[in-house]
Design a binder for this molecule. Structure first.
Ligand code: SF4
Length: 1022
């Protein structure tokens, strides 16, 4: 029985040798049965194509070891059902539970119900089976060992026993059964004329056993391996190990090598011969070997695809002759997908994505979690908004999500149906609309009220009832419940893309498999949460691929392990930076190196990844690109991997560094977007491109002007808040009859663009609700308490009397505040009430002690509101009308006035804030008290910081300021300065001038433009 092991370097024609041999056998025996076994489906497809192109082969079976085992079992009359992944998961879960029930699970008990633990068991049991480690053997080896290994072995035993009881197999168990059949039936498969095993660089225990048994009975067995029989080169070490094992099980094998020189270009051949060797003279990579480093994995992915596109367009390489090899598929997949779409290059990934990463499944899991997580605001809104569910039968549409969001902001809904109910009930009780407060029109969203609000609650409640799970039931019943729900929500009908459709199919399959899994593992009732864990782990273990017609050519993206056996014309190997490839090797926390050795498993350390790199770089017949990122995510330099360095040390050319700012030649661009981007940078678009790209070119120039204006030191022009087109409307809205409030003027004084966003456009920041009151609500409470305390005091000139009144008023005000102001008190609310009351008491005392001779004379004096006339001033020859609410006016014995304006906080109460236009209230209120309310002559004015219980540093009586034109003193000086600001602000608004100018101490958190404003500066940064 000739057994031949063909050991030869890559690209010397091992597969061609095998196909020649197949053709020779067919010539002698045209109907002979033969098998060619390859590592995976990709190679099977490639070999089938190649055989077909060389004359075909009726009777030649091409497949993996799995296919071979299946055939052996069929021939032995012992077909075995193969358990699907969800079924295996169920069996594993049942095995863990059994072990736990028997009290044999201590070490792993805390993680026993975690999906991650089941994944670990699945991987390690598969590995044990591939190495032909029976549960008894494992138990025997670990019986004296650490507790966790014993537990591992016991779960393995229970799992395997259950599989055998059912007469099922997992995919790895097929190996054992096939080997068993081969052992017990010496005549099995003896009619095969030839078995070829090609494209492997290593073999597991069961594969070696099968080869041994088949080698003894078949007329001919050929096994190919890369490398050389002596195995002395570093690059071949990985294969040398496999060669030794093969020779051990097949001692009579003849070892051959192929004498023909490699058929690849000279530089690639030199690379193959010298990889990881030291050489005296470097060689030229030329057009065949290119090394490029790019700033990040994203730019690296673009660079690799750009290079492949150039090979396709310029060198005539076909799409299916190109491959990308990535060491970290999850990192590179989205980057390659995005760049491929932009460059118009179809890419096929050999590996799927976990079903849980599909948007529809993520939305479904979020929906199912709503009940468990107690209806958190964000998930509730997403369930309403997502296009994957049709909620019309609950009379909820996706447009309602905006209303629900406004309700959640209004009612401070954080989580819980009770909070939704409370917010909507409050609105149901409310009358029509708001809202004028302190002279400011407060923009509240259009909230439902009355019956409309009640209807929103009724609909949300109906939806929540439908999602309410029942008590414990079997998986089959839970799946039935879920399928009914999905039908009702028209989940499957909502699929719009082919990806969604493929995901929906996989979901149905997974649900079916869950039921089947329960049938085989045994029925058990579980609560909703346990079912969700089961469902999630089944979905995590299921992978989907975007549907793609395999007949359509595409660039293949391979994982490193898959880059063997296949050949291409152009190959790009990515990720050659430290830690990516070779990947960092770590000991297995579950099966350490000692136990691995004892069990005959592959080691986790010293995996000879150099052999994988050798395989990757020798896959191409023409062009090879090696790339790596040179900057890590934290901006630090990213070291090259030793593999990169070893190739670099062989080549005469230095690797090319692609810097994002370096000018690029336009013909290198791989997409119209890229070409335009590079052309804008060099500020010219050659004429030959203008026909197709002129419109976009003009748009980009326009965008460049905008960016230029926004990057300029001083804001100016139409892209910087100069809104000349709106001047007519602005003059109309803010004309002579408009009544201004000081706070709006101050908003412009703080930053004109903030005024435009907040006042002209009526925008407001939308923050997720937080429990407790906000600053505005606190200010309203404190203002109201102070006003009422003085009004209701028996003797408002006696601070002790005011304090007595204040304590009563505070209790009443705080008691009703949550309902009135619409906030949800926190656990600290009781303590906060006490603290605020004490701060107010201190304010009363300190205010009374501030300066003798002043006594309260008026509170909450309004002007420009209701029937009370507005204050009119002339600014730059134009009339400006103002309104206001003066918190308090004090009077002295001479009848002179002191204006007091309460502030909750104590910032921006200085003279400089008036001088720069950020605080204008005090002097304008002084004017209002004098001219509209007729209270007398103001000689003093203060801001009073309530919580700090002290006056701000601005005092109208002490105001001093001098500019180039005049000196300003005292209240009149402050009034003149304020009037000048009013004139400037009003004319700026009417002229449409709203430049974004961040305040010196940073942009206020309440600025609605902060999320998009290009001049935003965080508070605290001057
Ligand atoms: S973010 Fe800053 S600069 Fe921009 S509008 Fe707001 S306050 Fe002005």
């Amino acid at each position: 029985m000739p057994i031949t092991i063909v050991v030869s370097p890559s690209a010397t024609g091992k597969t061609a040798h095998c196909i020649r041999r197949v053709r020779q056998v067919l010539e002698d025996r045209p109907l002979a049965t033969m098998w060619i076994v390859l590592p995976d489906r990709l190679q099977s497809v490639a070999t089938r194509r190649r055989l077909a192109s060389e004359g075909g082969g009726i009777g030649v079976h091409i497949g993996t070891f799995g296919n071979l085992y299946h055939e052996i079992l069929m021939r032995a009359g012992r077909p075995v059902p193969i358990a699907s992944e969800p079924v295996i998961q169920q069996l594993l879960r049942a095995a863990v539970q059994d072990t736990q029930k028997r009290g044999e699970l201590v070490h792993f008990s805390p993680i026993a119900d975690k999906p991650g633990f089941l994944r670990v068991l699945r991987d390690r049991f598969a590995e044990l089976k591939r190495a032909q480690v029976w549960p008894e053997t494992f138990l025997d080896i670990v019986k004296q060992d650490k507790a966790h290994l014993g537990e591992f072995a016991r779960i393995y035993t229970v799992y395997q026993a259950r599989l055998q009881e059912l007469e099922w197999a997992d995919p790895e168990g097929l190996n054992w059964l096939a080997v068993e059949e081969l052992e017990s039936e010496p005549d099995l498969a003896t009619d095969w004329a030839l078995l070829i095993v090609d494209g492997f660089d290593s073999f597991n225990g069961s594969q070696l056993s099968a080869l041994k048994l088949l080698g003894e009975r078949l007329p001919e067995l050929i096994i190919t391996l890369p490398g050389a029989p002596d195995g002395s080169r570093v690059a071949h070490r990985r294969f040398a190990r496999s060669f030794e094992k093969l020779v051990e099980v097949l001692p009579n094998a003849v070892v051959e090598t192929i004498a023909d020189p490699p058929y690849i270009p000279k530089s690639l051949s030199l690379l193959e011969q010298n990889l990881f060797e030291s050489i005296s003279q470097r060689f030229e990579g030329g057009r065949n070997i290119t090394m490029r480093k790019a700033r990040s994995p994203s730019e690296e992915a673009r660079e690799a695809l750009r290079w492949l596109k150039a090979r396709i367009m310029r060198d005539g390489v076909l799409l299916h002759e190109c491959a990308l090899v990535t060491p970290d598929p999850e990192r590179y997949r989205p980057l390659l997908r995005e760049a491929g779409a932009e460059f118009g290059l179809p890419i096929r990934f050999t590996h799927g994505e976990a079903l849980t990463s599909a948007p529809g499944i993520a939305a479904l899991l979020d929906l199912l979690e709503l009940y468990v997580k107690n209806w958190p605001r964000r998930l509730t809104l997403e369930a309403i908004r997502t296009p994957y569910f049709d909620l019309t039968q609950y009379e909820i549409t996706s447009e309602d999500a905006a209303v629900f969001e406004d309700v959640s902001l209004f009612g401070q809904v954080i989580e819980g149906l009770d909070q939704w109910e409370e917010a909507l009930s409050r609105l149901a009780r409310a009358e029509a609309s708001p809202e004028e407060d302190l002279g400011e029109v407060i923009r509240l969203p259009r909230l439902p009220r009355g019956d409309e609000a009640a209807s929103f609650w009724r609909r949300l409640h109906a939806f929540s009832e439908r999602l309410m799970p029942s008590g414990a039931q079997t998986t089959k019943e839970w799946v039935q419940w879920l399928e009914d729900l999905l039908e009702e929500l028209k989940f499957f009908e909502q699929s719009e893309t082919t990806r969604d459709e493929s995901v929906s199919l996989d979901l149905r399959e997974t649900l079916r498999a869950l039921v089947l899994g329960e049938v085989v593992a045994g029925e058990s009732v579980k609560d909703y949460q346990a079912f969700l864990i089961e469902l999630r782990s089944a979905l995590e273990g299921t992978f989907y691929k975007e549907p793609m017609d395999w007949r359509q050519p595409a660039i293949l993206t391979l994982r490193v392990l898959e880059a063997r056996g296949l050949r291409f014309q152009a190959v790009a190997v990515l990720g050659l930076s430290e830690g990516l490839f070779p990947e960092v090797e770590r000991e297995d926390p579950f099966l350490d190196e000692n136990i691995r050795q004892a069990l005959g498993l592959e080691p986790r350390l010293g995996r000879e990844q150099g052999g994988l790199f050798y395989q990757a770089v020798t896959r191409t017949d023409q062009y090879l690109l090696l790339t790596r990122p040179y900057l890590a995510e934290d901006g630090e330099y990213w070291e090259a991997s030793p593999f990169w360095k070893s190739v670099e040390s062989l080549l005469q050319e230095k690797p090319v560094t692609i810097r994002p700012d370096s000018p690029r030649s336009l013909p290198e661009a791989a997409s119209a977007e890229e070409l335009l981007f590079w052309a804008v940078r060099r500020e010219s678009l050659p004429e030959r491109y203008t026909t197709d790209l002129m419109t976009r070119w003009e748009q980009l120039r326009h965008a460049r002007d905008i960016v230029g204006a926004r990057l300029a030191r001083d804001p100016s022009g139409v892209f910087e808040g100069e809104i000349l087109e709106l001047t007519d409307q602005l003059r109309g809205r803010y004309g002579p009859e408009h009544i201004w409030s000081p706070s709006r003027l101050e908003r412009y004084g703080t930053c004109p663009y903030m005024f435009y966003a907040a006042s002209a456009l009526n925008l407001e920041p939308r923050e997720p609700p937080q429990p407790g009151f906000d600053a505005a609500q606190l200010g309203s409470m404190l203002h109201a308490i102070l006003e009422q305390a003085y009004r209701q005091a028996e003797d408002l000139y006696d601070p002790e009397s005011v304090v007595i009144s204040l304590r009563k008023v505070a209790k009443a005000e705080f008691g009703t505040a949550p309902e009135r102001y619409g906030f949800r008190p926190t656990a600290l609310w009781e303590i906060e009430q006490e603290q605020f009351t004490e701060a107010l008491v201190e304010t009363v005392h300190e205010l009374s002690a501030l300066e003798v001779g002043w006594t309260p004379a008026a509170f909450e004096g309004a002007f420009g509101i209701g029937d009370i006339p507005a204050l009119e001033i002339i600014a730059r020859d134009e009339k400006v009308r103002l309104r206001g609410f003066i918190d308090r006016v004090d009077r002295n014995e001479q009848g002179e006035l002191r204006i007091v304006d309460y502030k909750t906080g104590s910032s921006h109460l200085a003279q400089s804030d008036l001088i720069n236009g950020r605080r204008l209230q005090l002097p304008l209120y002084a004017l209002g008290a004098q001219h509209v309310l007729g209270l007398g002559d103001p000689v003093e004015g203060i801001y009073w910081a309530i919580l700090a219980a002290r006056a701000g540093s601005l005092r109208l009586s002490r105001f001093r300021y001098e500019d180039q034109e005049a000196e300003y003193h005292g209240p009149q000086g402050a009034i003149d300065v304020a009037k000048a600001h009013v004139a400037r602000i009003v004319s700026g608004v009417r002229a449409g001038e709203f430049p974004p100018v961040p305040p010196n101490d940073g942009c206020p958190a309440y600025c609605p433009a902060a999320t998009w404003c290009w001049r935003f500066e965080p508070a605290g940064w001057p």
